[in-house]
Unconditional design. Sequence first.
Length: 105
Amino acid sequence: MALIDIIRNAMLAGFGMQEKVKEFVDDLVKKGELNESQGAKLVKEWADKAEKNTEDITNSLNELLKKTIEKMRLPSKEDMDKLTEQVNILSDRIKKLEESGRQNP
């Protein structure tokens, strides 16, 4: 299973869980075990915690990917930008040398 599939499944499970929590709290409100404001507060607290957990997971995945890329020794965007700049400079120099060679036969 690809990493993106794992992330997608986790997100879908999270959305499903959020709906289940809301249904559970709604049932508690209907049974009179919670009033509406307590239910709303409980759902909000759960949603806030779920959002923080999602952020934590995202940060962990980003760090893991960063470390994996470093271990693979793949060039970063910055590395590629520097190389592109150097190639452009060298191309300009070659072009100028070729032009000056044509002018002085």
